[in-house]
Design a binder for this molecule. Structure first.
Ligand SMILES: Cc1cc2nc3c(=O)[nH]c(=O)nc-3n(C[C@H](O)[C@H](O)[C@H](O)COP(=O)(O)OP(=O)(O)OC[C@H]3O[C@@H](n4cnc5c(N)ncnc54)[C@H](O)[C@@H]3O)c2cc1C
Length: 358
């Protein structure tokens, strides 16, 4: 008998299975590898300020130290460096944005500082009109190495099924679940946007948020900082390349990379960069998100053997470690979940099609 079946090994499935495994529970992870899952396309940045009005990210004072420890710990277990501290050098794209930054600096936001003489330092690389602001500390996560490392570990312990999960083969009983001959106490959906197709979760107020990215070679730009120009961010990527993105689209007709995005990014880079560059690749994915921007964590209000850990939106890198630990403690030690994230807040709409007698 297995304790937990976990569907999906993105950020959510990785952290939840890691913490449950660490707590001595037997987990089986079912993951059909997809080259462009949200976690694989993400830049891996944890930024303490967010949005057009430059507000401090939800819960960030707690999330930053937790994330540092969590990625360091899992990195040590997998023998790979997963987290590094960086700066974001942000170049406001308008006077209005510059004013927002200045207001937050005046309010003594601890994560922001004006950069004096930004012209001297950054003129050789970029065209910018409204000075520059430093955001610090910002963490950069090596997501691909984490996914690969944990996958290898799971496989070596025979805890990974590399295949698609088929909902119709799941049988839920009052005290356990069965899937393809595996008996488990509970099953937890960590399969990103696909969880929203499940009859257990289809009524959640979820959204699908598309992000497109180009991967760029800029040989003469040192990979020390992350650079931000309005909604366009340049993040050090693998093999010395740069991740340049992204979009935030809730209405899209094409889930894949589009020519229009590539053309626009190319034009933007032509204007911003004073160094030669080449677009090497172009990728896209859909962020699993929640309409009210708070994740979905916990057990189904009627089917207590079925759970979900999903809906991280744009903040998976900081939320998944913190909430993954919390969910693991909830499952193994009955610790409470953060009420804003607990899926029980949707008790009414989730209970609809399931009666207690099911
Ligand atoms: C362009 C872009 C940039 C981003 N940048 C950042 C960032 O800088 N910082 C940040 O914090 N967040 C960022 N995000 C958001 C972040 O990627 C997500 O919050 C997070 O990765 C979601 O993780 P997940 O595990 O829920 O989903 P996913 O990463 O989608 O993982 C789901 C897993 O389930 C598997 N799966 C799905 N269906 C099935 C099935 N039926 N059977 C078996 N397996 C299945 C998939 O293969 C996948 O491995 C970004 C997202 C995008 C798209």
């Amino acid at each position: 008998m297995t304790d937990y079946i976990i569907i999906g090994q993105g950020l959510c499935g990785t952290f939840l299975s890691y913490y449950l495994h660490k707590a001595g529970k037997k987990v089986i992870v079912i993951d059909e590898s997809q080259p462009f899952s949200s976690t694989k396309v993400a830049s891996g940045v944890i930024n303490p300020v967010t949005g057009r009005q430059i507000v401090t990210t939800w819960m960030i004072d707690e999330l930053l130290p937790f994330a540092w420890n969590a990625y360091s710990e899992i990195g040590k277990a997998l023998d790979v460096d997963l987290i590094s501290e960086r700066n974001v050098i942000s170049f406001p794209s308008s006077q209005q944005m510059r004013d927002f930054y200045d207001r937050r600096i005046d309010e003594k936001n601890v994560y922001l500082a004006n950069i004096e003489a930004a012209d001297v330092k950054y003129n050789p690389y970029f065209t910018f009109l409204f000075g520059a602001v430093e955001i610090h500390p910002v963490y950069l996560i090596n997501l691909h190495y984490m996914l690969k490392g944990w996958r290898k570990q799971l496989a070596s312990e025979n805890l990974l099924l590399e295949e698609a999960f088929h909902e119709e083969q799941l049988k839920v009983f009052p005290d356990h679940i069965e899937y393809k001959g595996i008996h488990a106490e509970k099953i937890i959906y960590c399969n990103g946007i696909n969880a929203y197709q499940s009859p257990y979760w289809e009524n959640l107020p979820a959204t699908y948020n598309k992000g497109e990215v180009v991967i760029v070679d800029i040989p003469d730009l040192p990979q020390t900082n992350i650079y931000k120009f309005g909604s366009t961010t340049l993040v050090p990527w693998y093999d010395g390349l740069w991740w340049v993105g992204s979009t935030y689209e809730n209405n899209y007709t094409d889930a894949g990379p589009t020519e229009l995005f590539k053309r626009r990014k190319d034009e933007e880079l032509k204007f911003l960069l004073k160094q030669p560059y080449t677009i090497i690749d172009h990728i896209a994915s859909i962020r699993p998100a929640a309409m009210e921007r708070r994740p979905f964590v916990g057990l189904h209000p009627v089917q207590q053997n079925v759970g979900i850990f999903d809906g991280m939106g744009t903040k998976g890198c900081s939320l998944a470690p913190f909430l993954g630990k919390q969910f693991s403690d909830h499952l193994t030690q009955q610790q409470p979940l953060l009420p804003e994230a607990d899926v029980k807040r949707f008790q009414k709409i989730l209970s609809g099609r399931f009666s207690k007698a099911d």
